[in-house]
Ligand binder design. Structure first.
Ligand code: ZN
Length: 115
């Protein structure tokens, strides 16, 4: 689990005007261009979250990710040398896809506990 402290940006992620969003720096990759491995199926950067960041582009936009633990929505950004996850939605806002991803995370954690 990482406990990266977020920075903040003003960004219009949804066409509803600029709002303040948290930005989490993710570990850099040695790959030149492909940094998806640093922002997909990795530990959630939010403090005290045990979740995994899951691919969730279906129905959203390229780079969209949802945490299977806290349910926060993110957009992958940055570069291979400095990948980031911009938190697009608060963890408390649920969509059908969020619920589906969180259910799979709950099943994954239960299976891990069962050994
Ligand atoms: Zn999380």
């Amino acid at each position: 689990m990482t406990t990266a402290k977020p920075t903040y940006i003003q960004e219009d992620l949804d066409g509803c005007g600029p709002r303040r969003h948290r930005v989490y720096a993710m570990p850099a990759t040695k790959m030149d261009h492909d940094y998806w491995s640093t922002v997909t199926d990795v530990a959630c950067p939010r403090e005290a979250c045990q979740g995994i960041i899951r691919w969730a582009e279906n129905g959203y936009v390229p780079g969209y990710r949802i945490c299977d633990g806290c349910g926060a929505h993110f957009i992958a950004a940055g570069s291979a040398q400095a990948p980031t996850l911009i938190q697009a939605r608060a963890a408390g806002q649920r969509t059908d896809l969020t619920r589906q991803i969180m259910a799979s995370g709950k099943a994954r954690r239960s299976a891990a506990l069962a050994g």
